[in-house]
Design a protein around this ligand. Structure first.
Ligand code: ZN
Length: 168
């Protein structure tokens, strides 16, 4: 953590949780004045994200991590994994959501990532560390979550073909 005068000190911005992740990235974005210092984050979940990051060898941007009870999405879904500090909406740099989801499905589901949601419209994926026995995959269509109940592999492949066609 050296800061060298006159040169850009990358290490200054490096993660305070793991090599690549910092606590501020997971903070609630609700904007409420009462969204206080109480931020929940499971360190094991951050370790899993670091594992994904190492595996992809690409930066992972956290768009939404912890959501406090005052967050509008928490009001709608008070039992969301985001409220437990075991979830994140992410973008894996240089990948499409289906490509990233497919890779996570093949390598980390359901042991490490028990919840996997593909938001094609927003270009993001949701990952969470829910318990194995509750593992689930879903996708969003027009903002609504649709669980993929049977043959997730085929559904993902199908989405990947559609995605390839649509991105040209
Ligand atoms: Zn908040």
């Amino acid at each position: 953590m050296e800061h060298k005068t006159g040169s850009f000190a990358y290490s200054y911005f490096m993660g305070d949780l793991t090599e690549n992740f910092s606590a501020w990235e997971f903070r609630c974005h609700c904007g409420n004045v009462k969204c206080g210092p109480m931020q929940i984050l499971d360190p094991d979940f951050v370790e899993v994200l670091q594992m994904l990051r190492n595996d992809f060898k690409r930066p992972i941007n956290i768009l939404s991590g912890y959501r406090c009870p005052l967050h509008s999405l928490s009001l709608a879904r008070p039992r969301s994994t985001h409220t437990l500090g075991i979830a994140a909406d992410i973008v894996v740099a240089g990948t499409t959501p289906v490509h990233a989801a497919m890779h996570i499905y093949e390598n980390f589901f359901p042991e490490d990532i028990g919840g996997l949601g593909i938001n094609w419209e927003k270009g993001t994926i949701h990952v969470d560390a829910r318990a194995l026995e509750n593992a689930v995959i879903w996708r969003y269509r027009r903002g609504r979550a649709e669980t993929i109940r049977t043959n997730a592999q085929a559904a993902l492949l199908n989405m990947k073909l559609l995605e390839t066609a649509s991105y040209g």
